[in-house]
Design a protein around this ligand. Structure first.
Ligand code: PEP
Ligand code: MN
Length: 345
């Protein structure tokens, strides 16, 4: 793949349902020039048993046939060495590792053994949990197995509170991934992050603003009738609009430095103040720990924490700060304060 080619759009159905469905979506996607590759799940990881689990190798045979007919390339998810073997046998040149698999280094290692020495391109979805290191680890294992082309896919994280998404995007996690590995192209999967087709355009636009390399989008000829992930799939015509929105979302202006410079300096000053204040706050926590130890008072006092939280959230609301952001930040600070106090006991 040409890593410099932008956007890198991968699109196609969540699952292959029939030869006809695959043909219909392929015919439509082959007409959208930005689509570099067609995705199609043939083994489906289901959260609960009893659902449609994919058509398996027969779908790969259809892919091989339609790839030749329409001049397109397909990719699919692999979760076991047998899946890798079947893809290699059917001439599939690109596979992806799903979010549940990336979370498990044993499974990634097994896939690496099966992939060793093959010319496959491998795309690695983020693990279901927000751990950039597991994601980086999977990429490193693949590279150690000799895989030349590795890409990353940001599909969001399964959290206790997903903030209205199917999977919380937690943009800071892919940012951490990219800080470590700026050389790995990253695609955004707005379908699995959003879980609803209305969210595909806004999420794709956000990814473009964040300089992602492209998108993986679920596309179905009749999304409402899809066997899996019906609420998040878009039609090929809607995909064309997603691509348009992507292209329009970012202008490549190069000026602006003069106006940004003083604002960035101000941000630097504020951050330094925040860090200095946090350090002072932790010093007070250590002092409190000493008093509690001497007075035989337990570290954690639930009434006090509720009062603190309520007071700060009221202040944040009055100042126009987002409440859930403020709450998460305060919880982190309080957690650290508790840790510091326990350590000083
Ligand atoms: C998919 O892409 O269809 C899929 C199952 O993705 P994920 O691994 O992100 O859940
Ligand atoms: Mn899906």
């Amino acid at each position: 793949m040409d890593k410099t080619m932008k956007p890198y759009i991968v699109a196609g159905p969540c699952s292959v349902e029939s030869r006809e469905q695959l043909r219909e979506v392929t015919e439509a996607l082959a007409k959208i020039p930005q689509v570099q590759m067609i995705r199609a799940g043939v083994w489906k990881p289901r959260t609960r048993p009893g659902g449609f689990e994919g058509l398996g190798a027969q779908a790969l045979a259809w892919m091989r046939e339609l790839a030749a007919e329409y001049g397109v390339r397909y990719c699919c998810e692999v979760a076991t060495p047998e899946h890798v073997e079947a893809c290699l046998q059917h001439g599939i040149g690109t596979v992806w590792i799903g979010a549940r698999t990336t979370a498990n280094p044993f499974m990634v290692e097994e896939l690496c053994t099966a992939l060793q020495g093959s010319p496959m391109t491998v795309m690695v979805k983020n693990p279901v949990c927000p751990d950039a290191r597991l994601w980086l680890g999977a990429v490193e294992r693949l590279q150690q197995a000799g895989i030349q082309e590795v890409m990353a896919i940001h599909r969001g994280f399964s959290m206790y509170d997903n903030h209205g998404y199917r999977n919380d995007p937690l943009w800071e996690v892919p940012m951490e991934f990219r800080r470590e590995r700026p050389d790995i192209p990253i695609l955004c999967d707005p379908s699995h992050i959003g879980g609803r087709r209305e969210l595909v355009v806004p999420l794709a636009t956000a990814a473009r603003q964040l300089d992602y390399s492209g998108l993986m989008v679920e596309v179905h000829p009749y999304p409402a009738a899809a066997w899996t992930d019906g609420e998040q799939q878009v039609t090929p015509r809607e995909l064309a609009a997603v691509v348009e929105a992507w292209l329009a979302a970012r202008q490549e202006g190069t000026g602006g430095d003069e106006r940004l410079e003083p604002l960035r300096r101000r941000i630097d000053e504020i951050d330094h103040e925040l860090v200095a204040l946090l350090s002072q706050r932790m010093a007070v926590s250590r002092h409190i720990a000493t008093v509690k130890r001497e007075e035989h008072i337990p570290v954690y006092q639930s009434g006090r924490w509720s009062d603190v939280l309520e007071d700060r959230l009221r202040q944040a609301a009055a100042l126009g700060l987002d409440t859930s952001f403020t709450k998460e930040m305060l919880e982190k600070i309080h957690g650290e304060s508790v840790r510091v106090q326990i350590e000083s006991q």
